[in-house]
Design a protein around this ligand. Structure first.
Ligand code: PA5
Length: 449
């Protein structure tokens, strides 16, 4: 399903460096596997088959089927790990023009997202659109207090309360939050709406394979069993650490670690499929929040090729030599579209006649990586059999495990995100949240200086 190629990174590092890193990799692997590394209490995502009980999966499918049936639009409210995974999988697997299909063509409601920023215009225009449709929503927040999501929920809940009777509302609002505590748990208990649990031992950015991601993904009509099967395939494939036969997940971790030590400080995830754009966003959060601490970590960036070859391509080829690429390459496309023969050949493209667009895309990828390697950009690639829920599940697990291993190699806790609090505290203080008066006074003084 997945196969890693690192040949085009090898001109920039040595076999000896990879070899020398192996004992450290072994320790990192052992820490993760035995649950003894920093933040191990958040490694509940590690054993994929144990993330969801069968009963829970069936309940997700049942609630999803009801929401699919009753809704034209399904809203997912969440931010960071409480939304990126679901959006990544839905966009990777869905029709590109799903917004233009009607419900019977789609076989599912249109899934829209909110609560992941604070734009007034976005939310106001969303409310305008919703007026004419049957709507249901899933608010996802482990803490239940994340401002962006809480404000969106307050606004959309009041919209829903005006549109539906209290009884119908119970069928249309679903909460995913902590099992016992927080504002959303209290709301779910009091309102009597369906609720799911963000497992205690899984942090937001590692939660896509729990109810956090699975409910929205199932509502979108994507087979969550296939997604989990793919993740289980990767779990089994990369389970063992064998220094004599290093698996792809370990090899990826080693390679990027040594590239970082060599001064390649920015990892650019490259895809050649526009439907993978949000997958890159999920990956950026996974690695950014997990690795970026104590003044360390690679900066995770993303590019959509060949589109961005006409914007970032010049920099990648000839700018500062600080980046390397990790490309996701699908071996097959889901559809077939060949370049037609044209009698007048006015566009000089007859040399491509009969070739599928996927072959042209693949050739562009080969040409691009050769050019970039020659320009001094190391290239790692992950070949993926096809774009499907199973392969996306496998990719999710591949990167989750690599990310946790990378964190342990870097001697940091890959499961916390203390730095995210800084902006929140300032925002609360400036907005006048009770309890933040002293910070507010300091910030106001700083602003007036
Ligand atoms: O990875 C994480 O833990 C974060 O990105 C959170 O998912 C994000 O901050 C949202 O938090 P919450 O689910 O508490 O609203």
């Amino acid at each position: 399903m997945l196969s890693l190629k690192t040949q085009q990174a090898m001109p920039f590092i040595t076999e000896e460096e990879l070899e020398n890193l192996l004992p450290f990799m072994a320790t990192a692997h052992k820490q993760l596997e035995s649950g003894t590394g920093p933040g191990a209490e958040y490694s509940g995502w590690y054993h994929v088959p144990e993330i969801n009980a069968e009963e829970e999966l069936k309940r997700i499918e049942t609630v999803a089927a009801r929401l699919r049936e009753s809704s034209d639009i399904f809203l997912v409210l969440g931010i960071g790990g409480s939304y990126l995974g679901a959006r990544a999988v839905i966009e990777a697997c869905n029709h590109h023009f799903t917004t233009l299909l009607n419900k019977s063509q789609r076989g599912a409601p249109l899934v829209l997202f909110a609560g992941h920023q604070l734009s007034e215009d976005y939310l106001a225009e969303l409310c305008d659109i919703l007026a004419d449709y049957d709507v249901s929503l899933n608010v996802v927040s482990k803490s239940g207090t994340t401002t962006e999501t809480a404000i969106a929920f307050r606004i959309l809940r009041s919209f829903m309360e005006k549109k539906y009777s209290p009884e119908e509302l119970k069928q249309r609002i679903v909460v995913t939050t902590d099992a016992n505590k927080g504002a959303l748990r209290s709301y779910a208990n009091e309102a009597g709406v369906d609720s799911f649990v963000v497992p205690d031992d899984i942090g937001g950015r590692y939660s896509v394979l729990s109810a956090v991601g699975l409910l929205p993904i199932a509502v979108a009509g994507i087979n969550i069993r296939d997604l989990l099967d793919g993740a289980t395939w990767a779990y089994e494939k990369y389970l063992k650490f064998d220094p004599a036969e290093v698996n792809d997940c370990v090899r990826y971790t080693q390679t990027r670690h040594i590239l970082a030590q060599r001064g390649y400080l920015l990892e650019m995830m490259v895809n050649y499929e526009p439907s993978m754009t949000m997958f890159t966003e999920w990956w950026k959060q996974l690695f950014g929040e997990s690795e970026g601490k104590n003044g360390r970590g690679l900066f995770p960036a993303g590019a959509n090729f060949t589109t961005d070859l006409h914007s970032l391509g010049q920099y990648i080829q000839e700018g500062r030599r600080i980046l390397f690429e990790t490309s996701i390459l699908f071996k097959t496309s889901q559809r077939e579209l060949k370049v037609p023969q044209q009698e007048d050949n006015s566009d000089q493209l007859n040399y491509l006649a009969g070739m599928s667009l996927h072959e042209v895309n693949q050739t562009a990828a080969v040409g691009t990586s050769l050019a970039h390697v020659r320009g001094g950009v190391p290239n790692i690639s992950l070949e993926v059999s096809k774009r499907s829920p199973a392969s996306i599940g496998a990719l999710i697990y591949f990167f989750e495990k690599a990310c946790a291993l990378s964190g342990y190699l870097d001697a940091i806790n890959p499961f916390d995100q203390p730095g995210v609090e800084a902006y929140k505290k300032n925002m609360f203080a400036l907005l006048g949240k009770p309890g933040f008066e002293n910070l507010r006074a300091k910030l106001v003084e700083e602003l007036n200086r």
